[in-house]
Design a protein around this ligand. Structure first.
Ligand code: SAM
Length: 204
């Protein structure tokens, strides 16, 4: 691994939300609630992160000039709120989600809000990453199915500057392994770790 941790202070929870973020989050939360109530078949791996804290973490990253560029990618996007929060502040933003019903929902919310984030249905796990099979064996709540990711999104993963993911407890190593193998030097991986808050690493 060639990853270095960047400490995010707890005080980020006092930062103001970016303009439009609260409306976006409220709209998405309403859509998520309606989807959960209407849908009979539970998508077990789908839970949502703390969207407000995510917005504040992106603000902190911007304020500290940690971004090498303007491209954002959410691994396992769910309803795509992370990707939409990034697009709201002018980033070129995409989300990759394996469940087609969630991609449909993310697209609907984005369209309703006039948000420019783009969503792709498929797996964020690229083919042929060395050593990934061993780490994948310890992962239960992420699909480890491999995909032609570059073909899917029409870009290379090493073109993105900031990745976001919400791994299940104990499973962040899988996301870090994909990031380490595919991202450019200087790119950032932000993960939501539940009660521990946000975690940030950079590839050096
Ligand atoms: C814990 S949820 C997080 C959703 C969203 N990022 C958030 O923070 O609200 C993880 C999501 O990853 C999706 N997922 C799991 N494995 C995936 C894979 N290999 N490729 C793309 N999406 C995946 C699941 O369907 C689920 O929607």
């Amino acid at each position: 691994m060639t990853l270095q941790t960047i400490d995010i202070p707890d005080s980020i929870n006092r930062l103001s939300y970016v303009e439009g973020a609260e409306h976006l989050i409220d709209t998405a939360n309403d859509a998520i609630e309606a989807f959960m109530l209407a849908d009979q078949t539970v998508i077990e791996n789908f839970v949502t992160c703390d969207f407000h804290l995510l917005d504040q973490a992106i603000t902190w990253i911007e304020q500290n000039h940690l971004l090498a560029g303007n491209r954002f990618c959410e691994f396992g996007a769910g309803f795509g709120v992370g990707a939409m929060l990034a697009a709201l502040r002018g980033m070129e933003s995409i989300g990759i989600e394996i469940e087609s019903r969630l991609v449909e929902q993310a697209n609907q919310v984005a369209e309703g809000l006039g948000n420019a984030a783009e969503f792709y249905c498929g797996s964020f796990v690229p083919r042929g990453v060395e050593g990934l099979t061993e780490i994948a064996a310890e992962v239960e709540n992420v699909s480890t199915e491999e995909d032609d990711v570059c073909e899917l999104i029409g870009r290379e993963l090493n073109e993105f500057d900031l990745f976001f993911a919400f791994p299940w407890p104990g499973e962040h190593g899988f996301f870090e392994a994909v990031f380490d193998a595919c991202a450019a030097n200087g790119a950032l991986l932000l993960t939501y770790r539940g009660r521990e808050g946000m975690n940030l690493v950079t590839k050096v």
